[in-house]
Design a protein around this ligand. Structure first.
Ligand SMILES: [Fe+2]
Length: 474
């Protein structure tokens, strides 16, 4: 099937329908096909969807859905540096919205809500579109991925569940829907079905990094490190060509870290996560900071890596757009001893939460700032204070967004701080919790051993460490 034919438009009466039968107000066939291709680039993490849609917009300035695709896709970056482009695209759509249909007006209202900082309002608008147009792949993708960004764990799965029965292999883009469902199921700990959906997606379209990612999350959560590492390297040629590749390397590094292959983790950092651009996408730098912080918790020397990374985060110190970004920026500022940058970030957040009413403000107040302060405490060896800050928020951290695997950095910091504060009873409870959840993790058993040792129970410490060593030996 050629790229042209698979996007064949359907016509019903006066309405033009796209390849999934969703109505489009603009009537130029080539323009609608070009929009589909840009969207496919975004879904498959290949090419440059924004550059592609800019070409469509230049040739078809009255194509409202082209402007709205651009604006909607830019929402997902969660970065102030794309804000002006996002506003410009949505304003261009607004000027010609009288030509649009109700579905397209819904997309406009969703991005307008987002720009006001009403992220949850945007989700509701996209969900309303899906109620009437369940095959609107863009709306489905935006709700699912925004639920990930905002930490709505149940929503990530259920938005797909609401439309899933209406999709099958005959509908263009089904493999991407399987990928969304796989990830949503995994985050809700339905690991078996998640893996099934992810692998089915890959059977239909092997070049689907999001499905690779969902299966990898299953491996991570279930502690299937050797199988996970093998799976990732088997698919490495199919990870796409976007900053999502960094995230997949980060996942691979986590699997190595869990079985204490530290040299391989450092190699992955140097070869794949140490980005060279001064102003890279924050999505890249998040993963880099998250990996370096885990190595710091384990006492691994990472040389000048923190300095390079802090340089890249410096310009974002006062963004206050997304608490998830701020905590990762703080890891770099603290670890490179940049007091001014730390103060800029904290002062900007204090000013922001005093007056802001957007969806991020409450998260910054309740999770983001406490974690930033805990990061400072940890670095300055105020371990008891670090524990005090993290213990009350540890089960609320999903609100920060991201995945369980990403947010595990908070629980890990808490446990390491408890050990260093010599709060061994607490450390044992936390380590036991981790090893109960992931009993195949050598790292978790080493933590159990350290806690027992702190309590003076050498016998149980030896047993736990032997368990860790036997897991490493495989
Ligand atoms: Fe992930």
């Amino acid at each position: 099937m050629t790229a042209e034919s698979k996007y064949t438009l359907k016509k019903t009466g006066k309405a033009v329908l796209d390849c999934r039968g969703t109505p489009v107000s603009y009537r130029d066939r080539a323009a609608i096909v070009a929009l589909e291709k840009a969207h496919e680039s975004a879904l498959a993490f290949r090419g440059d969807p924004i550059a592609e849609i800019d070409v469509v917009i230049a040739d078809h300035p009255d194509f409202v859905m082209a402007h709205l695709f651009k604006a909607a896709w830019l929402t997902q970056a969660m970065e102030t540096r794309v804000y002006d482009d996002m506003v410009q695209a949505v304003n261009a759509a607004d000027k010609i919205i009288h030509k649009a249909n109700d579905r397209e007006r819904g997309h406009l209202e969703a991005v307008q809500a987002w720009i006001r900082g009403d992220f949850f309002g945007a989700i509701q608008k996209w969900e309303a579109i899906l109620t009437y147009y369940p095959l609107d792949l863009l709306a489905l993708q935006l709700v699912h991925q925004t639920d990930v960004l905002l930490g709505d764990v149940v929503g990530q799965r259920d938005v797909v569940a609401r439309v899933f029965n209406l999709w099958d292999e005959g509908v263009e883009g089904y493999e991407f829907v399987l990928g969304f469902y796989a990830f949503g199921l995994e985050e809700n700990r339905d690991f078996h079905l998640a893996e099934q959906m992810g692998r089915l997606s890959l059977a239909i379209r092997p070049e689907n990094p999001y499905a690779v990612h969902a299966v990898c999350h299953v491996m991570e959560m279930k502690g299937r490190q050797p199988g996970g590492i093998r799976f990732m390297y088997e698919h490495v040629d199919r990870w796409g060509k976007s900053n999502f590749v960094n995230h997949l390397w980060w996942h691979t590094a986590l699997l190595h870290l869990d079985i204490k292959e530290i040299d391989r983790v450092l190699e992955i950092y140097d070869q794949h996560l140490r980005s060279t651009g001064q102003e890279g996408a924050k999505y890249d730098e998040l993963d880099s900071a998250a990996l370096l912080w885990r190595l710091k918790l384990l006492g691994v020397d990472t040389g000048d890596s923190w300095k390079d990374l802090a340089d890249k985060w410096a310009s974002s110190a006062q963004d206050t757009l997304y608490a998830f970004n701020d905590v990762h920026a703080m890891m770099t500022f603290v670890s490179d001893d940049r007091v001014d940058a730390q103060n800029l970030l904290l002062n900007a957040n204090e000013r922001y939460i005093e007056s802001a009413s957007d969806a991020n403000a409450a998260v910054s107040r309740e999770i983001g700032i406490p974690f930033c302060l805990a990061i400072q405490d940890f670095h300055h060896e105020r371990y008891a204070s670090c524990v005090e800050r993290l213990l009350p928020v540890r089960y609320m951290t999903h609100r920060l967004g991201g995945s369980f695997a990403q947010r595990d950095i908070i629980a890990w910091t808490l446990l390491e701080a408890a050990l260093r504060a010599k709060q061994y009873h607490l450390a044992l409870a936390l380590a036991n919790e981790r090893s109960a959840f992931k009993p195949t993790s050598p790292q978790n058993w080493s933590y159990v051993a350290q806690a027992f040792k702190g309590l003076g129970d050498q016998s149980n410490a030896d047993r736990a460490e032997a368990k860790a060593q036997s897991l490493i030996a495989g």
